[in-house]
Design a protein around this ligand. Structure first.
Ligand code: FES
Length: 228
C-alpha cells in the first residue's frame, strides 16, 4: 500500500468511512486532534522520524506524556488497535504512563523509556528473554511491546499501555486524535496534579494539548533516564 492510500485510509477512519478498520474506529476514544511539531515548530511528518528515536509529547492533556517512535519492525494491528502508521506500520504512539503505578517521564527523571537496544527480562512464565524495541519501566520492571499493541511482556503491569490514535494527512503530517484501551489520564492528573503544575509551570493541569503539541527527544525531556 503506498503512502497516499494509507493516509487516505486513516483519514477515512476519522471521517467514518466503512473500512476494514471499522471496529478499531469504534474502539478508540476520540480526543481533540493535536498536530505534532518539532521544538522548532516544523511539522512532524512520517518521513521525518528516524528509526529508534523516541520522543515525548503531551496528549490529550499537555501534562500527560506519550511516546512517539518509529520502530525497527512493523507493528500490525491487534484487537481493537489498528497498528502503526506508514506503509510499514512502524510509527506508533503510546501513553508513557505505566499501567502499574503510573510511573512516567518527569522532567527531572524518568524510570520508563523506549529501548531500541536489547533488554533482558523474565517473561510471565519466568523464562529469560532478550528483546530490543521494548518500553521498559524500571520502577518495578514492567516491560511492554510497542510492536504488539503495547502488550505486557513482563512485570506487575496489569494492562497494556494505552495506545494513541494517530492520523496522517496527504503530506504525511502527523496528528494525535484519540486513545485506545484503558487510559489513566484522570487518575494520573488527580494523583500528580500538584507536582505537574509546578513542573510544567501551569495553573491548569487539565488544559488540553491544543492545536499543536511539541515532541521532545526522550533523552532531552528528562534530565536523567533510569535504565534497567
Ligand atoms: S510503575 Fe511501572 S512497573 Fe511499577
Amino acid at each position: 500500500m503506498d503512502r497516499r492510500r494509507f493516509t487516505t485510509l486513516c483519514t477515512g477512519l476519522l471521517a467514518g468511512a466503512a473500512t476494514a478498520h471499522a471496529n478499531a474506529r469504534d474502539a478508540h476514544t476520540p480526543y481533540p486532534a493535536t498536530q505534532l511539531a518539532f521544538t522548532d515548530d516544523t511539522d512532524v511528518t512520517l518521513d521525518s522520524l528516524k528509526t529508534g528515536q523516541a520522543y515525548i509529547f503531551g496528549y490529550p492533556y499537555r501534562t500527560t506524556p506519550c511516546f512517539l517512535v518509529r520502530l525497527a519492525t512493523s507493528a500490525p494491528g491487534n484487537g481493537s488497535w489498528p497498528g502503526g502508521m506508514d506503509t510499514d506500520q512502524s510509527v506508533v504512539a503510546f501513553s508513557a504512563i505505566c499501567s502499574h503505578k503510573m510511573s512516567h517521564p518527569a522532567k527531572p527523571i524518568s524510570h520508563i523509556s523506549y529501548r531500541a537496544e536489547p533488554v533482558s527480562f523474565y517473561d510471565t512464565h519466568g523464562k529469560k528473554q532478550t528483546h530490543q524495541g521494548v518500553i521498559s519501566c524500571c520502577s518495578e520492571r514492567s516491560v511492554y511491546d510497542p510492536a504488539n499493541a503495547g502488550q505486557v511482556l513482563s512485570g506487575p503491569a496489569p494492562a497494556p499501555l494505552a495506545a494513541i490514535a494517530l492520523s496522517a494527512d496527504e503530506q504525511g503530517r502527523l496528528s494525535a486524535v484519540g486513545s485506545y484501551g484503558v487510559d489513566q489520564y484522570d487518575r494520573f492528573l488527580e494523583k500528580f496534579g500538584f507536582r505537574l503544575a509546578m513542573e510544567y509551570g501551569v495553573t491548569d493541569v487539565r488544559a488540553r494539548s491544543g492545536n499543536r503539541s511539541q515532541i521532545v527527544r526522550a533523552e532531552e525531556f528528562s534530565t536523567q533516564q533510569v535504565l534497567c
